[in-house]
Ligand binder design. Structure first.
Ligand code: ZN
Length: 238
């Protein structure tokens, strides 16, 4: 059953009331959610889920095998006290999620500055990484750090849009990370654009303006295999 993704339109909503529709694989499925499920290099959200009987910890959020149902994994496997159809109140671990948003947007800025194909990436609370198949392009830490921070200081607006499957198929270059293919088959794919810089399909949660990221620093550039270089980026003030 497809879960309505409230975080797609509003990544800043911290609390949300929904309805329990299913118990699945040690977790609960609600009609709609503000919790981001693990994917695209961004970790699943954590927080709390309160039902009439009890307030549970949500220890992770994942997609079910169908890739459209979102499961809130709880700190217990005993779900007997939860009734289908009852209301549930979600609350995000907001500080953690907001760091993920700042980091995710900063990686899109890095993606804009390094023109090579990204081959993978992972977002953490204060440190993230992106791998690129540089094909000989020379990039140094100091120059890249300065360029990302300049785009952050410009406080560029970040906006959510969508692109049809057909348009995306005609513009395969929009997919910047080879290992993260957007989910085609629902007619359209969500996009994130940062004014005058980066535009790409992305299902992640982002800040509204680049200024919210605050200063970042490229701490490491390391070889990963023959062609790949791994770039590590950290928030200066988490
Ligand atoms: Zn993204």
């Amino acid at each position: 059953m497809m879960t309505e993704k409230v975080f797609y339109q509003d990544s800043y909503q911290k609390t949300h009331r929904s309805i329990v529709v299913e118990k699945l694989d040690g977790g609960v499925v609600l009609e709609s959610t503000i919790f981001y499920p693990l994917g695209g290099g961004q970790p699943g959200d954590t927080g709390t889920c309160a039902t009439a009987a009890k307030t549970y910890r949500v220890i992770d959020t994942r997609y079910a095998d169908d890739k459209t149902t979102i499961i809130h994994l709880l700190d217990t496997i005993d779900l007997a006290a939860i009734d289908l159809g009852e209301p549930a109140d979600l609350e995000l671990d907001w500080e953690r999620r907001y760091r993920h948003m700042r980091m995710h947007t900063s990686l899109h800025l890095m993606c804009h500055l390094i023109t090579a194909q990204a081959t993978g990436g992972s977002i953490g609370e204060t440190e993230s990484r992106l791998d690129f198949d540089l094909q000989g392009q020379a990039v140094d830490k100091e120059t890249l750090t300065a360029a990302i921070n300049e785009l952050i200081r410009k406080d560029l607006p970040v906006s959510v849009g969508s692109i049809s499957d057909e348009e995306l198929d005609q513009n395969p270059g929009l997919v910047r990370t080879m290992s993260v293919q957007p989910p085609r088959g629902q007619g359209s794919v969500r996009t994130i654009s940062i004014e005058d810089t980066d535009y790409q399909p992305c299902g992640g949660t982002h800040v509204q303006r680049t200024g919210e990221i605050g200063e970042v620093v490229v701490t490491k550039i390391k070889s990963k295999g023959k062609q790949n270089k791994r770039f590590t980026l950290s928030l200066v003030n988490p």
